[in-house]
Design a protein around this ligand. Structure first.
Ligand code: CTP
Length: 219
């Protein structure tokens, strides 16, 4: 059905010295289920660009990366050929300005680490989105979630945003179940709390419906 499905997954890790890095709590489970569901449905070849994770799908092309800059290079090389791009990775927003080639020795009571902003891979993909491509992003919001989500859909030129409301009742990270909203430029749908396997199935239903409308001439 699709000629190339590109999925990003997992966290990125940003090295500080040979033994330390900055990262986040992403398990890579959602990206894993999205890839496995695409395979189970026979939707087309999948390229899975992933940061360090134990959740590696089978039967897909795996591209392993560590940093946001490596993930960006791997995505930019391939995204123009993809008809579906799903960015489920939890990319580190910042990296250490400096890499210390020797292990940093402890020094003062307080130290400062200078961080530089990483490029937003999803934003770049939205800016250069080829005609007909379905671009899917993820967001984790804690306040004004719908206003922020609609803004992200517009700013990043997304066809679909999977919105996690992060709260005590819905911790999301590292859990098998989650409650999400599927946000499109023209509306949104709340999914009940369900397993990440089922969420992946709903996301694919939505992508397939979007791609079908495109095939019928919708923008
Ligand atoms: N993303 C990305 N590159 C980055 C940061 C995020 O491609 N450097 C992608 C993620 O893969 C995900 C979405 O953008 O699809 C997540 O965005 P999110 O972290 O929720 O929001 P931000 O755009 O980083 O904005 P903020 O955290 O300020 O709300």
């Amino acid at each position: 059905m699709f000629s190339l499905i590109l999925i990003t997954s997992g966290p990125t890790i940003e090295p500080i010295d040979p033994v330390r890095f900055l990262s986040n709590r992403s398990s890579g489970l959602t990206g894993y289920h999205l890839a496995m569901e695409a395979r189970a449905r026979g939707l087309g070849p999948v390229t899975f660009v992933t940061g360090p994770t134990t959740w590696l799908p089978t039967g897909v092309e795996i591209v392993r990366v560590e940093t946001a800059l490596e993930m960006r290079a791997a995505v930019n090389e391939r995204r123009a050929r993809a008809d579906v791009v799903i960015m489920a990775a939890a990319v580190s927003d910042y990296r250490s300005v400096k890499y210390y080639p020797e292990k940093m020795k402890k020094s003062g009571e307080r130290i400062t680490l200078e961080l530089a902003k990483n490029p937003d891979i999803l934003l770049e993909a939205g800016r250069h989105k080829p005609r007909g491509q379905v671009l899917v992003g993820f967001a984790a919001e804690t306040e004004d979630i719908f206003v922020n989500a609609q803004k992200k859909v517009r700013d990043k030129n997304l066809d679909l945003l999977v919105l996690n409301e992060i709260s005590a009742a819905n911790p999301a990270f590292g859990r098998e179940a989650n409650q999400v909203f599927l946000v499109r430029p023209d509306g949104m749908r709340r999914l009940e709390r369900m397993s990440k396997t089922l969420i992946a199935a709903h996301i694919w239903d939505e992508i397939i419906a979007l791609a079908g409308r495109r095939a019928e001439g919708a923008p």
